[in-house]
Design a protein around this ligand. Structure first.
Ligand SMILES: *Cc1c(COP(=O)(O)O)cnc(C)c1O
Length: 512
């Protein structure tokens, strides 16, 4: 694959000036909508009033009224349609190509689940609609809770938290409430360096002091390391499994025993169930609390900035503390139960992000137990395939079978002055969204690749070829990496300038 040079064979400057047709090769170039404005042009002409006009000044205080519409773009309807359509095509998403962003599970989600979530019976439900008119939705929530119990091996689930991190907070607040209830509040929580960054943040928010433990170069926590620090003032251990290195925390059962002996809980961050579902049940491994990210594993697209959903599954001992309301079934009728005196209370308005629950329900029903297991197996296989084929080309700090993602570093390329950031930027020229970089922190210059189960062998092979080409370039022509991306509308941007000198007004005309 030969790298293309920017604007090869075409007069870029001329085309940039000709914003009129908005195209530049296959790249759609788009001006600000304000620049398309033409005084007096109208997008939609409303029909003539058939009611008497009212005097705005009589009903709205003067200070809220504008004298003119200065500063608003005046454009035709088709200009608006094209403007936003082009902007949407500037985006890169799972629907446009491989998006191997580690720890994020940017997988393709079957469109059928979108259609089901959009059925009017679901999408038009109003949260104030009475229980008797929402029986189907309540039943779906009740059953989804049961499925998630089955998948995790736990006893009860809340669907309320609206993100993985909020699920963590929910689980930790329940643990805190449990100890407070017994008159013996605990103040600390143990978190290994292989845990996700949200874990210490959530612990802090829940009022715990974080006790960090090192994985000591093994890439996983040992029961002995926990034994050294676990005491009667520690609420428990917060483990990410699979951990942020994409490795399975194999000592998890022994760790659970150590924690339980001291009366603590084992919290598992289960955001990456994509590697476990149908294969292991965390409850069977001694986990007491686990949150899932429905927007990673269970068919809601992740990363679009939309809402998330982080249900929390618990053992019976913690069930009384789950947030209100809980969905309850009496005979054939479903209702919300608010009378739960030991509950930590509400975490969110209404009942959680319902449309995400619908997608998860529909995904689980269509996949079935065997399908879920096969998805997890394929996710693991794909990650191991990439790991095996790229090892040697890139430094692999933990050369062990991985789960759904694998972590390389830039150690081999560093002597040529090439860093992880350069490799990531060069991948953009090859048409790939870069993997997660510089995370997890335990690996300096980390390159964390999560292909997901939905990519074909051919796609993985093309990605591997691109990575190998980039490694060749790093040896023979490092300047290509230093100047990357060269094939995009903007080149290497200043990583911090946007935060330090934000351009928030269109009049300042940011360079296109
Ligand atoms: C993504 C992720 C989180 C955070 O989830 P959000 O929904 O973004 O809050 C927590 N832990 C792990 C392991 C994750 O991968």
């Amino acid at each position: 694959m030969k790298p293309r040079r920017k604007g090869q064979g075409i007069d870029l400057e001329k085309i940039k000036k000709m914003k009129a047709n908005g195209t530049k090769g296959l790249h759609l170039d788009e001006a600000l909508i304000f620049e398309r404005s033409c005084e007096g042009r109208i997008g939609v002409a409303p029909s003539r009033f058939d009611v008497p006009a009212c005097d705005a000044e009589k009903s709205i205080p003067r200070k809220y009224l504008r004298d003119d519409m200065g500063g608003f773009p005046e454009v035709a309807e088709i200009d608006v349609v094209r403007h936003y359509t082009r902007l949407s095509q500037w985006n890169f998403g799972v629907d446009s190509g491989l998006y191997p962003l580690g720890s994020c599970t940017m997988k393709y989600n079957p469109k059928i689940n979108e259609e089901i979530a959009a059925l009017p019976g679901f999408s038009r439900l109003h949260p104030y609609q009475g229980e008797e008119l929402s029986q189907g939705a309540l039943e779906l929530m009740f059953q989804l809770e049961e499925y998630l119990c089955e998948i995790t091996g736990m006893d009860a689930v809340t669907l309320q938290p609206s993100a993985g991190a909020q699920g963590e907070l929910c689980g930790l607040l329940m643990m805190a409430a449990f100890f407070k209830d017994r008159g013996k509040p605990r103040t600390k929580i143990i978190i290994p360096d292989t845990a996700h960054g949200t874990n210490p943040a959530s612990s802090h928010l829940a009022g715990f002091k974080v006790v960090p433990v090192k994985s000591e170069g093994r890439g996983a926590l040992t029961a002995n390391a926990v034994k050294d620090v676990m005491d009667a003032d520690t609420a428990g251990v917060m483990l990410t499994n699979p951990n942020t290195l994409g490795l399975f925390e194999a000592d998890i059962k022994e760790i659970a025993d150590v924690v339980h002996k001291k009366g603590g809980f084992l919290y598992c961050d289960g955001a990456n169930m994509n590697a476990l579902m149908g294969i292991v049940r965390l409850g069977d491994l001694g986990v007491d609390v686990v949150q899932l990210n429905l927007h990673k594993t269970f068919s809601t697209p992740h990363g679009g900035g939309g809402p998330g959903s982080g249900p929390v599954a618990v053992r019976k001992t913690l069930e009384p503390y789950l947030p209100v309301p809980r969905v309850r079934k009496r005979g054939k009728k479903y209702s919300f139960d608010f009378k739960r005196p030991r509950s930590i209370g509400r975490l969110k308005a209404f009942y959680g992000n319902f449309a995400i629950m619908v997608r998860a329900y529909s995904y689980i029903r269509r996949m079935g137990p065997e399908g879920l297991k096969r998805a997890a197996e394929a996710a693991i296989l794909n990650a191991n395939y990439i790991k095996e084929r790229l090892k040697g080309t890139f430094d692999l700090p933990f050369d062990r079978p991985c789960m759904h993602e694998c972590v390389f570093s830039d150690k081999v390329q560093q002597p040529n002055g090439v860093s992880t950031m350069d490799i990531a930027k060069r991948l953009i020229d090859y048409g790939y969204h870069p993997p997660t970089v510089y995370f997890p922190l335990v690996v300096p210059g980390a390159i964390m690749i999560e292909p997901t189960e939905t990519e074909t062998l051919e796609t993985l092979d093309r990605f591997i070829e691109a990575m190998k080409n980039i490694a060749d370039e790093a040896r023979n022509a490092p300047e290509l990496l230093k100047n990357a991306p060269a094939n995009t509308r903007v080149g290497r941007v200043d990583e911090t300038k946007a935060a330090r000198e934000p351009v928030l007004r269109w009049k300042a005309k940011p360079p296109l």
